[in-house]
Design a protein around this ligand. Structure first.
Ligand code: ATP
Ligand code: MG
Ligand code: ZN
Length: 491
């Protein structure tokens, strides 16, 4: 009997757990089995490893090979276990030195020719490995840039198995030699960041609403006829939001890494993400899910940023309903038979809609051709519990010639400076509490105690609540928005 051992990471959503990969080679008929809750892709690693090793000049012994992935309670999915399994077996076969690979974390898919192919989720895996004390990680060359973003680990980016074997065989002082991988630099080059509020003509109310939404982290609903500038305004929200800090940028990139959506020339964007899914998108595409590998949806891609639902009433009702829980909790739980997976989803929601299916709505002079029933059904899709979570709802009029003559609008930079100041104040106000923005403040904190608004301010609101004209959630919503508006000295 001879044993080989190394490590890898099993991802559940974005959470990673270190996995011990053990290989045993025993006398007996040639056989190669993997146990420890592997999925189909992981089980099929044995075929890839047989071909990959023999084409790299290190064929597997014709013996009985058993591999175990532990802890066995965590599901192991995908092809990233190819490399750690291959390394453990090669250690057991005494092709690679014993001991050296034991503490090293390996991630990567093996091609039949022995190349190490990029896999999804390297960034969250390496983040988890580093947090759990790993110091050396071997990753595919194609994933080197994302792995290098993680502080505190030595990244060994490998093109193929033969090169990796050579590194192990020639290692000195019990350590893999380090080759520096250049880390990506933070930039502000997101496409959305280049769009500026100065391009927007008129619409003073909607502009103010956008600024309030940015300042207090309030969800926003823009309604108006076609061509009023709804899409234009929504796209410019990220240009006035604070830049992401290092941790937030990593969170955003980790979701993209899981989706395999990181570009080769990796940049760490500091502009918050702006995600605008099409209205025909499925529930899985928006909130996460899918068959086989569970993928994060648009709401998780919009984590720390903006989710924009353009033509919101056109979205499927069950998609809109599914947004309610993440809006409340800042994360989404995708339940499966064997496990449930959590993805972060703290996003700012912006919805845009026409007042009715034809778009013209309650026009003066404009002829709306919609039947009352169609209008009701259209508006009804958004009504109720979802809109109850949207703090700000604005009606945008059509742009006329008079507003075209007005001075150009204020630029994003000026608005962003006020937003940053307002957020600074809120951070002080809510210090020590689980939220830092008015838009996320708990109702109870607004209704009683130190931050209760004076009775004189809330008298109309109190009356509406007494008469059942608004829900308590609606009541809290007005309080939240008032906090932001008063602070910013708006009328
Ligand atoms: N307030 C505005 N300031 C400057 N340009 C505007 C404004 N409103 C509309 N436009 C022009 O009209 C185009 C369409 O605007 P936008 O797509 O934002 O309209 P919309 O309200 O989203 O319409 P729809 O309901 O059809 O989606 C813009 O690309 C821009 O050129
Ligand atoms: Mg539009
Ligand atoms: Zn109409």
């Amino acid at each position: 009997m001879s044993l080989g051992r190394t490590r890898s990471v099993a991802l559940t959503g974005l959470e990673g757990a270190l996995v011990d990969v053990e290989a045993d080679i025993a006398q007996g008929l040639p056989h190669f089995a993997v146990s420890g809750l592997p999925d189909t892709a992981c089980l099929q690693s044995t075929d890839r490893i047989k071909a990959g090793t023999s084409n790299s000049g290190v064929p597997l012994p014709q013996r009985r090979i058993t591999v175990n992935l532990s802890p066995a309670s965590i599901p192991k999915s995908g092809t990233a276990f190819d490399l750690p399994i291959a390394v453990a077996v090669l250690v057991a076969a005494r092709v690679l030195p014993t001991g050296l690979a034991e503490e090293v974390v390996h991630l990567g898919e093996l091609g039949l020719d022995g190349t190490i192919r990029p896999v999804r989720g390297v960034l969250p895996s390496v983040l988890a490995a580093a947090a759990q004390g790993a110091r050396d990680v071997v990753v595919p060359l194609g994933n080197a840039a994302e792995a290098a973003l993680v502080p505190g680990v030595r990244v060994h980016a490998m093109p193929d198995l033969a090169t990796l074997c050579q590194r192990y065989v020639t290692a000195k002082n019990g350590r893999l030699p380090v080759v520096d991988v250049p880390a990506a630099r933070p930039t502000d080059c997101g496409e959305a960041a280049r769009k500026d509020l100065a391009d927007v003509v008129g619409q003073p109310e909607a502009r103010m609403a956008l600024e309030l939404a940015a300042a207090g982290g309030h969800h926003l609903f823009l309604m108006g006829p076609p061509g009023a500038g709804k899409t234009m305004l929504a796209e410019r929200l990220v240009s006035v939001l604070p830049r992401l800090d290092r941790q937030q940028s990593l969170d955003v990139l980790a979701v993209r890494s899981l989706l395999g959506a990181l570009p080769d020339a990796l940049t760490v964007e500091t502009t918050p993400p702006f995600v605008a899914p099409h209205h025909s998108a499925s529930t899985a595409a928006i909130v996460g899910g899918g068959s086989g590998m569970i993928r994060p949806g648009a709401i998780s891609q919009a984590h720390h940023g903006v989710l924009f639902l353009d033509e919101a009433p056109e979205f499927r009702v069950n998609v809109l309903q599914a947004l309610r829980q993440p809006l409340e909790s800042g994360e989404v739980v995708v339940a499966r038979a064997r496990s449930s997976i959590r993805f972060p989803a703290r996003f700012q929601l912006v919805m845009a809609a026409n007042p009715c299916p034809c778009g013209l709505g309650f026009g003066k002079g404009a002829d709306c051709s919609c039947r009352p029933q169609a209008r009701r059904a259209y508006a009804g899709k958004l009504s109720g519990p979802l809109l109850d979570r949207v703090d700000l709802q604005v009606l945008m009029p059509a742009i006329n010639r008079a507003s075209l003559g007005q001075d150009p609008g204020e630029a994003s930079a000026a608005v962003a400076a006020r937003v940053a100041a307002a957020r600074g104040l809120q951070a002080q106000r809510w210090a020590g509490l689980p939220w830092s923005l008015n838009g996320q403040a708990a109702g109870s904190a607004l209704r009683r105690g130190r931050w209760r608004l004076p009775r004189a301010v809330t008298v109309d609101l109190d009356r509406a609540l007494d008469r059942g004209q608004i829900t308590l959630r609606g009541y809290d919503r007005v309080l939240r928005l008032t906090c932001t508006a008063i602070w910013r000295n708006y009328p």
